[in-house]
Unconditional design. Sequence first.
Length: 614
Amino acid sequence: MIHVTTATLALHKRGPDFHDVYLDEFVGLGHRRLSIIDTSAAGNQPMWDVENRYAIVFNGEIFNYQELKKELEEDGVSFKSSSDTEVLLNLFIREKENCLQRLNGFFSFCIYDKKDQTFFVARDRYGIKPLLYLFDEDKFLFGSEMKAIIEYGIDKEIDHASLFAYLQLNYIPAPATIFGSVKKLMPGHYLKVSYKKIETHCYYTIPISQGKADTINYDQVKEKLKTLLEDSVQRRLISDVPLGAFLSGGIDSSVITALASKHKPDLHTFSIGFRDEKFFDETTYANLVAKHFKTDHTVFSLTNNDLLAHVNDVLDCLDEPFADSSALNVYILSKESRKHTTVALSGDGADELLAGYNKHAAFHRIINKGWQENLIGSLAPVLKTLPQSRNNSFGNKIRQAIRFAEGMKLNSKERYWQWAGFAKEPEAYSLLSESAKGKLDHQEFTKRKQEQLKFISSNESIQEILLADMSLVLPNDMLMKVDLMSMANSLEVRVPFLDYRVVDFIFSLPDDYKINRSIRKRILQDAFRDVLPVELYNRPKKGFEVPLLKWFRTELKSLIMDDLLSEKTIREQGIFYYPEIEKLKLQLMSSNPQDVHARIWGLIVFQWWWRKHL
């Protein structure tokens, strides 16, 4: 059972304040604590109930724990701490799995029943907190990150269907992981584990009742959204340690800052700026918002060298291939913010809920297409002769127009899949060596892909696209990135847009409340128009990007050419087909790089991970 100690130690960054393990003849439970609510020893875990039958290990926060505690006290339950952990444990004892419906928060937790020798394991509704597990004939393992499970000397056989998905998306969608033996628990699900038996159950899906809010007019909807968001933010200000907010200068984080500063006059806000990349720098807007709401604002102004200096740290955090390059920005923002605070609010989730991405505008145009869209489709061959790049405004517009024209030709499911990723299926397949192709289970990959696309019908609507985003992009990319990078710096990030009452309400609204031809996130923008600085409106949306292309042609060039993607490395490794890698390297150095740097980054991340873990 020494493994549980080393597995817990592997997660020390997630909880530097306290650690403990419980061991008996059959069971080991370990916990790392980041103390936030009731920082006293009474809140430490593993925590037992008064009768010493149930033990809990819990990651996350329950924001309505005070109301639940009051209810339990009226029922005769007495408490020895003021922590939300003890409330959760007692609520489970009283209500078993039904307790999940009562929780407003983000969490993954396990409750062990010593008498029945069973485990109850659950993950929050949207997958804000991660949970991985392995179940075979002789053991059940679980943890917040793969690095804890690896400590048990598990079978590290690569799942080639996961690798194939990764080469397209730059991340691996749940429930799969890079290893065939390890699974991710899906958001809104729980496990019941007993001797040689495991059951998976779903306790939450987003209620699809679109149009229900048609009965209330647009102005009333705006007011209700403001009320729900304000209550969500207020609940997420509960903390016994310093709390601040990320402020990028976009609408989402500005809304959260506006609401938080109303209830926390000394709010500390944080943003990062890119001194060398004016195209991506948004600090002007962040400063404007901070001044408007009188927050104590800190800007971390970074050069490309500052970013570059952290590349190795970020790559070392990853115990599964994950290649969203903006993880680098989140890592540095978290690292710098942690010097001032232990908890930060963020605006994550709003884009997926309210159609804030470029692709949502593109879907809207296809669903409502007219002569302009057909013209772009017919101009595609001409557009393809022009240089495409994410790194300047003109090249980016050409890239987007070509992507749009190609997407128009596909059916709705394939269009979504292609726009969710960086490489098309044939492109990803051609990267694999003959031996890797032989290990790829096409049927399994197709089954998983169809499951990810189940929300999208042949006659797609914006609602369906957003449901697919909430299931695929949000938990597997956006929330994964924020959890990994913030917890690597012992910082907790809370996401007010993902209060389930906010989500359920937004999904009851008609599509045109969220997006039309001229505006995205329409209802959010309109609801806070009289609150936010006017300059935030009618400005271009910028991605949270990293100057990869520049680095790959300069400072990181030898890492690609002579090391991780060198012919010698690739041929010895036997996973990839070198002539295709060579094509990508040539394109990288050409005048028409398109999106190749994102694909190269995906390969670098994989190679770094492979070298470290295999």
